[in-house]
Design a protein around this ligand. Structure first.
Ligand code: AMP
Length: 603
């Protein structure tokens, strides 16, 4: 299937007609100097010099010519690279008018990129109205970043108000090279811990643990992290205020400085690594320092990410620098023996990536960690994402994350019990709506009395039900002196009772006291996505730094009225040291026919 892949950048424009199965490029177009002397160059030799400057003109002229030149090719769709998908897009998506609006609304987060991406989408949709268009986002691979990695240490309310968090970029490339590395290693992508170093004009490192990005060096914008062509990467944020005080530089000036005049360019005068390497070999000090700082920062991140994952199986080098510079690979990967990574210097020097050989290992045979140079191919990655959407194929590597909700002790009451505890006809009042549709935590609470002790302020959850039910943890049971069974909600036959005390009276329940059976709520669509059915029992492995554990016997509950969420109680949450809002994914890699499936949750 042939896909037109469009990459409309802030200062460049690329479009290719790609065979999504083989990666063969039928036709290529590149636009340059769009803002002063725009020129379009096509792989068949055609060159067009435009009279008018600007993205819109170049996009229109370029795509119209591509349409003519590729008239004999049957295009199955158009894939658009979109830089920022914000919190909204966690995977590639079919473009609709609403999707266009959503991308537009994210412009503040990527002012240089998203508006141009959108312009490309709009022009392409008018020129190619009869085929589907897809948006593939640079950020969506990093949706899996755990809260501790994606959150900055700034006031929570400020971050929430302004969407400040680590989003991460280079996701399309990262996901692609990680997949290629796994295929090369003949291993399941979801069983590997990878550190992927994308080193091009923009540079980033990503820790990919069992198929999911769990740390990445670019942050809210593509400025954070490694030293790049013209971007500074990490600096002390105090420098910004200092510069403002000392020189009067405005926010726009500092933005320009850090994005356009820093990095390799700021250190050496050139943003081109080839140039820096040549000058460094000639003994030029500025170039040598630039190379040292670049490699030092990279090594620092590799060590940090190995620490974050508690080890690493392969380190990937990709992008113009990572694929082509043995010196940078050597500087980053030497003396990593302590990690189990031993470089083969000869192989590193000699390796030449090509279309036929797009992954090459350069570690010594006894190295436990594989060192890999991998040729990235974002166009092919985008085309493949489009095909998945066209074929409606389930992407097993990108199953939706399941949020975990921790239930504190609570009760569900009948009309009759509320009447007796709070007075005839009393209406519960809503304190907080819960994630499951229509459910709420009430302002009202009761006291639960057992033979040994009593629990004050046990929250009532609404709406009212047809049977009374009190859900407590094992710890609560010991405290109250009652042995309540593990039960599914609503199944209260043969369970113990207890006394409830409210402001207007008391009720002695004959039964209804349970310890809730841990479960995952999901819709039928989620269930088919995960390959499970209502009442299946699955296994959930919780992985975190200190108290990882596996929960057996987790019940799947499927209903169109549910929202995807795993429910556990406070004892279970504490035992695994996770809290509400952490997420997990069902891992369908379990052998066929095996009933137990696994979910991995990263606290
Ligand atoms: P990219 O953004 O992936 O195209 O990468 C661009 C960067 O790769 C620039 O800094 C180039 O200087 C660098 N690069 C390309 N080829 C080589 C090479 N043979 N050796 C070192 N760096 C290279």
């Amino acid at each position: 299937m042939m896909i037109l892949v469009l990459n409309a950048g802030s200062s460049s424009l690329k479009a290719s007609v790609v065979d999504a199965q083989t990666g063969a490029v039928e036709l290529d177009m590149e636009g340059s100097r769009l803002l002063d002397a725009p020129q379009l160059t096509f792989s068949d030799g055609t060159e067009i010099h435009l009279q008018q400057t600007g993205h819109a003109e170049a996009l229109h002229a370029g795509l119209s010519s591509l349409k003519k030149l590729s008239r004999n090719v049957k295009l199955a769709g158009v894939g658009h690279r979109v830089v920022h998908g914000g919190d909204v897009f966690d995977c590639a998506t079919l473009i609709t008018d609403q999707v266009e609006k959503d991308i537009e609304a994210l412009a503040d987060l990527a002012p240089l990129h998203n508006p141009v991406n959108l312009e490309g989408i709009r022009i392409a949709r008018t020129l190619f109205p009869d085929i589907p268009h897809f948006a593939v986002f640079d950020t969506s691979f990093h949706h899996s970043l755990p809260r501790r990695a994606r959150t900055y240490a700034l006031p929570q309310t400020l971050m929430e108000e302004h969407g400040i968090r680590r989003y991460g970029f280079h996701g399309i490339s990262n996901q692609y090279v990680a997949g290629r590395a796994a295929t090369f290693l003949k291993q399941d992508y979801r069983s590997l811990r990878l550190i992927s170093c994308h080193l091009g004009n923009g540079c980033s490192v990503t820790a990919i643990e069992f198929g999911r990005s769990i740390e990445t060096s670019m942050g809210m914008t593509p400025l954070e992290g490694l030293v790049m062509g013209t971007r500074s990467g990490d600096i002390d944020p105090g420098i910004l205020a200092y510069l403002n005080r000392q020189t009067g530089m405005s926010a726009a000036d500092v933005d320009h400085l850090l994005n356009r005049e820093s990095g390799l360019k700021g250190l050496s005068g050139s943003n081109d690594m080839r140039d820096i390497l040549a000058r460094s070999t000639d003994g030029e000090e500025g170039a040598q320092l630039a190379l040292q700082i670049f490699s030092h920062r990279l090594r620092k991140y590799i060590g940090a990410y190995a620490a974050v994952m508690g080890g690493v199986d392969a380190i990937i080098f990709t992008g113009g620098i990572g694929e082509n510079s043995p010196i940078v690979r050597h500087r980053a990967a030497q003396r990593l023996d302590y990690l189990g990574a031993v470089i083969d210097e000869d192989r590193n020097q000699r390796l030449q990536l090509s279309t036929g050989e797009d992954v090459i290992a350069f570690n010594r045979p006894h190295s436990r960690v594989q060192l890999l140079a991998v040729r990235t191919n974002e166009q092919l990655a985008i085309a493949k994402e489009c095909i998945k959407l066209i074929d409606n194929e389930q992407d097993v590597n990108r199953l939706p994350a399941i949020p975990v909700a921790i239930s504190a002790r609570h009760c569900h009451l009948t009309r009759e019990t509320v009447d007796r505890l709070f007075g005839e006809g009393y209406e519960l009042t809503v304190k907080k709506w819960l994630s499951q549709p229509g459910q709420f935590a009430a302002n009202e609470s009761v006291t639960v009395v057992g033979p040994k002790n009593q629990l004050e302020r046990v929250r009532i959850l609404g709406p009212l039900r047809s049977v009374d039910q009190v859900e407590i943890s094992r710890t609560d049971e010991f405290f109250l002196g009652i042995d309540a069974p593990i039960r599914e909600s609503g199944k209260v036959d043969n369970t113990p009772g207890c006394r409830l005390i409210g402001p207007k009276g008391e009720v002695d329940l004959e039964n209804g006291l349970i310890c809730a059976w841990r479960h995952i709520h999901m819709t039928p669509a989620d269930a088919s996505h995960f390959g499970v059915q209502d009442r299946d029992v699955v296994e959930v492995a919780i992985r975190n730094d200190e108290r990882g554990l596996t929960f057996g016997n987790v019940l799947i509950r499927v209903s169109p009225d549910y929202l995807l969420e795993m429910h556990i109680d406070t004892d279970e949450g504490n035992a695994a040291e996770i809290s509400s809002g952490d997420t997990g994914v069902l891992d369908t890699s379990a052998a066929e026919g095996q009933l137990v499936r696994r979910a991995v949750s990263f606290a």
